[in-house]
Design a protein around this ligand. Structure first.
Ligand code: DQA
Length: 139
């Protein structure tokens, strides 16, 4: 069974309450239950942290053992050389995910330190971005 780690970064614990016009009304916990039903053949794990170092620790813990990592690093996407270096350091492929289309938003969201070290990026499909990213590990 393929093991997939989903990692959500800062403020994504507030999905469902946070800026619903941008991020929707669903909590990630509710959506994670749907993901588990959609991918019964995958062993899906979910981790969220508001702290950069904890995200890096989770990448280190899973990045040599799991088959895939789906990472929404939130605002750290646009600031974190340290998370980019962590992704460079591990062997598990990482898919960068964003719920919103960051290119339709403020220009500071247009640059990602992570994209060039990720296998691919899924951006702007709402919560469905996570499903599409996991789907990429079915091939
Ligand atoms: C986000 C986009 C980021 O710019 C923002 O800081 C987030 C969420 C997204 O999923 O659309 O926290 O990663």
């Amino acid at each position: 069974m393929k093991r997939i780690q989903i990692i959500n970064g800062p403020n994504l614990n507030l999905l469902g309450k946070r800026e619903p016009s941008v991020y929707g009304n669903q909590t990630f916990e509710a959506y994670f239950e749907i993901l588990k039903q959609l991918f019964p053949t995958f062993d899906l794990h979910y981790f969220q942290s508001n702290t950069e170092g904890e995200i890096i620790d989770k990448l280190h813990q899973t990045g040599f053992e799991f088959d895939g990592i789906v990472l929404n690093a939130g605002a750290y996407t646009h600031t974190s050389v340290a998370i980019a270096d962590a992704i460079r350091s591990i062997t598990t492929p990482v898919i960068e995910v964003h719920i919103s289309n960051v290119f339709k938003r403020e220009s500071f969201r247009h640059h990602s330190y992570l994209s060039e070290v990720c296998k691919g990026c899924i951006i702007g499909f709402g919560m469905d971005s996570y499903r599409l990213a996991i789907e990429s590990f079915t091939v």
